[in-house]
Design a protein around this ligand. Sequence first.
Ligand SMILES: [Zn+2]
Length: 439
Amino acid sequence: MKRRLFLKTTAASFGLATVGMASAQPDRDKYRPGGPKLGSSKSINLNAFHTNEELTKELETIDRKSDRVSLEEIGRSAGRNDPIWEVQVGNGDTKVHLITQIHGDEAIGTEVALKVIKSLGMSNSRQANHILDNLSFTIIPRVNPDGAMYHYDFDGDGDAEWVGRRQNTQSWAEGESEYRPYYYSTSPGGDPGYDMNRDFNIRPPSEFNPRTDDKEEWWSDEQYLDMPYEGYTLFGSGLRLAPEVRAVTESFIDADPDYAITHHHKGGNLYPDTGDENKPAKQTLMSVMAAYGEDYLERSPFYPATHEPVTEAVNPFLDYETSTRSIKLNSLVIDALAQRGNSIFDSITRYGYYPLWGSYLDSLSPNIANDGDSVAGMLYEVAYQTDDLGQKGLGRQMELTKVGFLESFDALADDPELADYSVETYFDTPLYGEGIQSR
Ligand SMILES: [Zn+2]
């Protein structure tokens, strides 16, 4: 079996997310979320963000003050045993599942989610009521409390600094799975943990436990679970080793959503050079990505260049209707933000999509929930911090991101089928990384 190059490269670069190593990566990786970030962790002041304790307090306060919000602890983190919270708000027929901060060093989504929860839970605005009448949200702010609070001696001064990390804190023990999976790491501070956005599995827990039901012959290089599924091979499937991932999976199945949204960070990057001298290069502060199936194979930036199998280019378990809604959801966000006419948001880019078979979006959107309907999904990434975006700029960007989210939800509440939106808006949006020589 021919293993795809990108997966190996992803593993090799794993844990080095804060330092540039773009040169070692194949071209396609620069279009993908989760690549190397610009700037070092050191430049980030995490004191602007909620600790786990503060997050808990804030959510409990909102829950107490609002009769629309219900708050539930759905699990505990592997290392710190800190709570994982799920918030439900809204009474509409269209169900949205939203997760943030599955990568612990990507805190902005959680801060924005908190603002959104507060607005929806406590505001009596026309917009909030319209959204809540038409949409029901299940929100997991901060999937990764371990990574969010991660401290280590970054600068070697003898004291551990609060820098956060991508992984949770969890060790792998012999026998827990046939082999230790590729997404296990001890970076950066020496503590073990998993990249939880590689730990999901497409099969439902009620039918299949990948930790114990895996077969020796599915493994390659003693680290990749290349799981057969419905006639395909899903390279690098996850093992559901993390309790956080099991909690998110259960939450997703219970919610049985129509839309799934996941929020990440990226490094600042230049807006692609359009060749238009009237449109100067600038930072792109938000990128989006839709998950879609074989009906859009021809639109994949990696096909036919990467050739077979199709599971390397598209998610074959997403039907035409779902794929189209996924893409239109991204178009909606692009439109909603671009119409604001704010310079921060008129530079949206999109990622070149290909599936990661251990990710939240690709493993869960085929919908392992009972009814079998697949789920339209999107991923946001916002820029974290760049040289010209200081602490003040960061706060402003979070506020604007909140407004953008609410406007997008407002539009989704208007028409859950998204009839007015065009898939071409999405495909006309420049690819992240296009025209960029190096980073
Ligand atoms: Zn991420």
